[in-house]
Ligand binder design. Structure first.
Ligand code: NDP
Ligand code: MG
Length: 392
């Protein structure tokens, strides 16, 4: 029986994870569920999955959560704030932690799960972008393991020799991340000036949270994934390529020196990656429809439009600079996306703001958590100053 804590339980990944878990009550038990502010949604999940602990990250909602759980007849203990998240991530009650909080807010608890030696199912890509070296150090020192949930990285994980392969010995030449191209694939710059949050969040293939939906529309999602692939698989930036594949059926590929290319295919449904990671190395039913290749008939591939969607190159640039540059990239992007969703920042200003922040906040060595947090905060303040100066 796997004992699973889900951080970000009320989100899109949380819902997919709980759907898979509910199909296998004899295999999985939910030990902790955490949300940010959505108390009613969290209570409904607690009624259904009966965790030992319910965590609300915004402590102002703790009393309300406690009261509603009691009214619903749920005996779960209530924890709150960063400390509550950390506690749920590291608790001896669980052996598996699904890190599915969106953004930098997930870093602390993801690191706590790694240090505590858990099996970390990583969706929170921002944590590895911000602090990849520290996360892997924490996994090593804690004796834990990381299994990627991000569909591309889960696909690559499936296409690599199992265990912890030495990629050179295994003969890996490069990894290819596929990208759907987002809702604006094929558009030119002049067509993107008046994009609204609703248009940016209407992804053609995937149902996701709003932040990652905007990241998909700008191609920053793929940029973050390039950095994620670097840390997860130890591949150099020049060994990571991006190919646009609009059907989102091939989730990513690994090319070997002998000319073999292994790919993982499936319908675009996050439950496949979640089921794979939850049961690994076994396979379990995920509720995902079988892939009908005859119905799909065609798979298309094209190069990304790097001139229109500049965020991809900004991410490669940050990875090449190293140190805290990816932390700065991520922080500026989070501020830019939030401002875009609040209709303060135009869509095309997102890469401009990130580029200006990368230029204005020098990278330092990311040797410890303090350096990373300092870079994150400095970049947020810098980006916010530009927004106030130029867009308010
Ligand atoms: P959602 O916006 O749907 O959900 C986010 C979750 O995080 C919610 O449970 C939310 O709680 C919680 N949360 C938000 N802010 C905080 C905070 N400050 N402290 C604690 N919890 C917080 O996002 P997704 O599920 O789409 O994405 C989650 C992560 O997974 C992201 O990093 C994303 O990049 C990654 N991912 C997502 C994929 C997808 O298909 N959705 C695919 C691959 C990766 P509340 O509901 O209370 O606000
Ligand atoms: Mg992805």
């Amino acid at each position: 029986m796997r004992k699973v804590a889900i951080l970000g339980a009320t989100g899109s990944i949380g819902a997919s994870a709980l759907d898979v878990i509910a199909r296998h009550p004899q295999r999985f038990r939910v030990t902790a569920l955490a949300a940010h502010r959505k108390v009613d949604e969290l209570v409904a999940l607690c009624v259904r999955f009966r965790p030992e602990v319910a965590v609300i990250a915004d402590s102002a909602f703790a009393a309300s959560l406690r009261q509603k759980l009691t009214a619903a007849g749920v005996a779960a203990r209530v924890a709150s704030g960063e400390e509550g998240l950390r506690e749920a991530a590291a608790s001896a009650d669980s052996d598996t932690v699904i890190a599915a909080i969106v953004g930098a807010a997930g870093l602390d608890s993801t690191l706590a799960a790694a240090r505590a030696g858990k099996r970390v199912l990583l969706a929170n890509k921002e944590a590895v972008v911000m602090a990849g070296a520290l996360l892997f150090e924490a996994l090593r020192s804690g004796g834990g393991e990381l299994i990627p949930i991000d569909s591309e990285h889960n696909a690559i994980f499936q296409c690599l020799p199992s265990g912890k392969p030495d990629l050179v010995r295994a003969g890996v030449r490069r990894v290819l991340l596929t990208a759907s191209g987002g809702p604006f694939r094929g558009r030119v710059r002049s067509e993107l000036g008046a994009i609204t949050p609703e248009q940016a969040c209407a992804h053609p293939n995937w149902m996701m949270g709003r932040k990652i939906s905007v990241d998909s529309a700008t191609l920053m999602n793929k940029g973050l994934e390039v950095i994620e692939a670097h840390w997860l698989f130890g591949v150099a930036p020049e060994q990571i390529d991006v190919v646009v594949h609009r059907e989102s059926i091939v989730h990513s590929l690994v090319e070997y020196v002998d000319g073999s290319v292994l790919a993982q295919l499936g319908n675009p449904d996050m439950r496949t990656a979640l089921a794979h990671a939850l049961a690994w190395p076994e396979r379990i039913e995920a509720g995902v429809a079988a892939l009908d290749l005859l119905k799909i008939a065609q798979l298309n591939f094209e190069a990304p439009d790097r001139a229109t969607f500049r965020c991809l190159d900004l991410a490669y640039h940050a990875l090449a600079v190293g140190g805290t540059a990816p932390t700065v990239l991520n922080a500026a992007n989070e501020i830019a996306v939030a401002a875009f969703l609040e209709r303060t920042l135009p869509f095309l200003a997102i890469p401009e703001l990130i580029e200006a922040t990368l230029g204005g906040v020098p990278a330092i060595a990311a040797q410890d958590l303090e350096a990373v947090i300092y870079a994150d905060l400095t970049a947020r303040q810098y980006a916010q100053r530009i927004i106030r100066r130029d867009f308010c």
